[in-house]
Write a protein that binds this ligand. Sequence first.
Ligand SMILES: Cc1ncc(C[n+]2csc(CCOP(=O)(O)OP(=O)(O)O)c2C)c(N)n1
Ligand SMILES: *[C@@H]1O[C@H](CO)[C@@H](O)[C@H](O)[C@H]1NC(C)=O
Ligand SMILES: [Mg+2]
Length: 569
Amino acid sequence: MAEQIDGNVLAAKSLAQFGVQHMFGVVGIPVTSLATRAVSLGIRFIAFHNEQSAGYAASAYGYLTSRPGVFLTVSGPGCVHGLAGLSNAGANTWPTVMISGSSNQNDVGRGDFQELDQIEAVKPFTKFAVKATHISQIPNCVAQVLDHAVSGRPGGCYLDLPTDVLHQKVSQSEAESLLIEAKALAEKNKKNNRANVEASKIEQAISLLRHAERPLIVFGKGAAYARAEDELKKLVEKTGIPFLPTPMGKGLLPDDHSLAASAARSLAIGKCDVAVVIGARLNWLLHFGEPPKWSKDVKFILVDVSSEEIELRKPFLGIVGDAKQVLEILNKEIKDDPFCLGSTHPWVDAISKKSKENASKMEAQLAKDVVPFNFLTPMRIIRDAILEFGGSPAPVVVSEGANTMDVGRAVLVQKEPRTRLDAGTWGTMGVGLGYCIAAAVAYPDRLVVAVEGDSGYGFSAMEVETLVRYQLPVVAIVFNNGGVYGGDRRSAEEINGPHKEDPAPTSFVPNAGYHTMMEAFGGKGYLVGTPDELKSALSESFFARKPAVINVVIDPYAGSESGRLQHKN
Ligand SMILES: Cc1ncc(C[n+]2csc(CCOP(=O)(O)OP(=O)(O)O)c2C)c(N)n1
Ligand SMILES: *[C@@H]1O[C@H](CO)[C@@H](O)[C@H](O)[C@H]1NC(C)=O
Ligand SMILES: [Mg+2]
């Protein structure tokens, strides 16, 4: 009898054929064999403790590499944990594929092992979901799910592989022809992300920018994903228009560029009359593009890959297209009739003055060595250590938390694109270690530095074992202020009732030994409370390129409740 292979092997072969190089996940029935077969075909499988983190890792991998980040889960609860990663990928619009095993098709509705209608469960969080109902469909399903993740606006996609399908068999030769067929079909169906950008819209955009008195260029992680940095640089330098990145747009142009408006953010968005917004959504992070933060007369030029986004926001001018492609055309068109505001232009000058004022106030605060640590002192030391470590490509910075993330965003300096991964559009806590693992796997030559609130860190802290197991060069710095936002801030009348002896809902055990948890797995742990201790822990761990946790003791009352978002709490 000719040699036969099962669905697990065919799925692994399909993933390899369609270019998957890394996979994240948690194994178990019925997908363990899929993972081991994938490894034997050359795919690196990073095994996690929890599917949430594996999903976060896959999504960040998708963002960093522009290829779908793939993660594998078991059925039922594994799939449900994975929804965290899938939904966060959708919120961030990062190309991500969750593959889950599911129960036997014949036993559906009878309470099979880990049974769940997974296609229904993933629906709100995916742009495409498909179930292979027979082994012969596997190669084509794999091709489709990978393609949908990256086409148009990227996002989460799902592939369901029932146990019976994973156990079905086909002959080697049949498998080969299924793989060939799927490849041919994928070539034929390949979608073209390069839309036809209307020339009249480009002309209109240029005319708006040319006649604006106070123009602004805003860009976000969509532009970073599109690798639009060179074209953005050209546009900014050609026109002399100040720019403002969203948090993960930071680094597309260096934070210390003379036209950076981040330190004059309020003025820039409050007073600009024309704003070209590229690969960033006018959502809460940009105050919906509305007053009072923005002027009521501002004209938005919105560049986005998704026509739905443009329909939703109703900008003055909407241009549907890939950020890099649209910028290429804009730059080409401007060339024939160049204009540049120059540093003496009143708007550029006002932004620059305001920036310098704000920056020097900040530097004065940062220059002080405050012990017990506030947030600023250790953040300055970390900033300087990262800059001093330098290297090109630069280290990737991962950040989450409330105060810790907000202070980090203002203080840490990004000079290269896609070097900042944070809680993102949803403000999701728990993403940090997954993002660290993704960055270290996607960029094996780089250092990864995580700057994390103790609460944010704790959501996925067990994944430090994963760092040690794969020996990834990740230095996780925990800002340990004993809780969510820090110490117990309840007023006397709030501390009452039968449970008044309980710690506050925001409090953790004080002085938790996060560094010893890392040491328990054989990684390096540091406990630091002074500038000198922190400096020495940073330089040692950065150069060691080994997994490390630095437990930084912060004054529990140094931060504020909800960090920057106090008005929402
Ligand atoms: C998944 C998820 N759960 C809960 C929250 C609510 N939340 C916002 S910030 C935060 C933690 C803030 O504490 P920490 O990370 O220690 O930062 P700090 O302000 O203390 O520096 C939490 C729990 C969230 N954003 N995401
Ligand atoms: C001052 O600079 C910080 C950091 O760049 C920024 O977050 C803040 O919004 C700036 N303040 C104003 C008023 O623009
Ligand atoms: Mg905290």
